[in-house]
Structure formats: C-alpha cells, structure tokens
Design a protein around this ligand. Structure first.
Ligand code: GRF
Length: 205
C-alpha cells in the first residue's frame, strides 16, 4: 500500500516529539501516510536522531551557510522537492519559510502552534496564554500562509490551564494533545483529502 500513501516531509528544529508521533503512526501499515524525509535548520538535535533511528533520510540547511535568506529558502525548497512530498509538516521548525517555499507548497504546508489561534501567535504561545490568565488554551494545526501563525485552521484541541501551571508544564500538556491532533488530522487528510476555501479548511475531496 506504500505506493498510495501520502508522502510527508517533516521539518524540525528541536526535540521532535511531534515528528516521533508521526513516525510511530506510520509504523502501522494501516496509517495512510509515510514520512519520506526529515529536514532541519540545525545539526545535533533530537529530531534528526529520531529520523535516523527510524531509517528516514534527513537533510540539514543552516541559514548561516547561505549568503541570503532567500538563497536558503530556495535550497530548502529544492531539498524538499527532491522527496516529492504531497504534504510538508513544520513540526517545531523555528524558521519562517520564504516566498519560494510558500509558492511551491501553497496549501500543502502545515504547521502546529501551541495555542488556540488566533490567540497568542508567535514563539511563546504557552507563556503568553499563562500570563494573560486564560482558563483554556490548546493547539492549532494550520495551513501556512505568509503571516505568523495566521493560516487557515485544519484542527484545534483544547487544553485546560491549571492554577499551578508553569509555561513548561502547560506546554508539555499542550504537546501531548498536539501530537494526537497532528496524527489524527494528517491521517484524515490522507484518507479523505481536504480543501482550503478562503479561511475554511474542510476534510473530504
Ligand atoms: C511544539 O509545541 C510546536 O507547536 C512548537 O514547538 C514544539 C515542538 O515540539 N512550535 P517537538 O519538537 O515536536 O517536541
């Protein structure tokens, strides 16, 4: 069935637990997607080790090795294209991609964010939610557009904020939910297809 599986490239910058959830899911032949490569913007991260352990090809492109940001973006686009993905998942990838990448993967590039969009975009979703005093927060899977965490929403899941939460404990509980959401949504996208109509994403052809 591998031939008919959705081909996914995952981009990471850190611990890669969302990647691991996808790798674990794809170990089941009934799961309709396969991770064909993992890309990173830095060496020596657990996310790359997870990919190597699973026998998935990896590549690393560091911004500082390129003369311009757009040269890095073009190289990233070419590297990802070499694996012919149906879907690209940015899972804890700490870089904004540029115009080339967005043009090549418009509508097929997903990102996970540890907050309930449109609240708390940016790098500090859990800490910002805690500081604001919200009673629930969560995670959002979205189709990347040119903004920061602004793209059309594929899935969201709610996580309660506890009185004694720190940014770290809250983020860990969000990540547990984030991994479940990602595996479920990618599975549905592969099985059912999806459409993006303005801001609205729907499963099904
Ligand atoms: C996730 O919470 C993701 O939303 C955020 O960074 C975290 C990455 O975690 N951008 P991991 O690398 O998948 O463990």
């Amino acid at each position: 069935m591998v031939g008919s599986q959705l081909r996914v490239v995952v981009l990471v910058s850190g611990s890669g637990t969302n990647l691991q959830a996808l790798l674990d899911a794809t170990a089941d032949p009934a799961y309709p997607a396969t991770v064909v490569a993992v890309g990173a913007d830095r060496e020596g991260i657990e996310g790359l080790t997870r990919a190597e352990r699973a026998g998935v090809p990896t590549f690393v492109l560091r911004v500082k090795d390129f003369q311009t940001r757009s040269a890095w973006d073009a190289a990233l686009t070419a590297s990802v294209a070499g694996f012919d993905p149906d879907l690209v998942v940015s899972a804890g990838f700490m870089k904004l991609v540029g115009e080339d990448f967005l043009a090549a993967y418009a509508g097929r590039l997903l990102n996970t964010h540890p907050a309930l969009s449109p609240s708390f975009p940016g790098m500090h979703g859990p800490a910002d939610a805690l500081a604001y005093g919200v009673k629930v927060t969560g995670c959002t899977l979205f189709v990347v557009d040119a903004g920061v965490d602004t793209g059309p929403i594929v899935a969201q899941s709610v996580v309660p904020v506890l009185d004694d939460d720190t940014a770290e404990t809250l983020h860990e509980r969000i990540k547990t939910e984030e991994r479940r959401m990602l595996v479920e949504a990618v599975g549905r996208m592969a099985r059912e297809g999806f459409t993006v109509d303005g801001r609205v994403v729907r499963f099904g052809g």
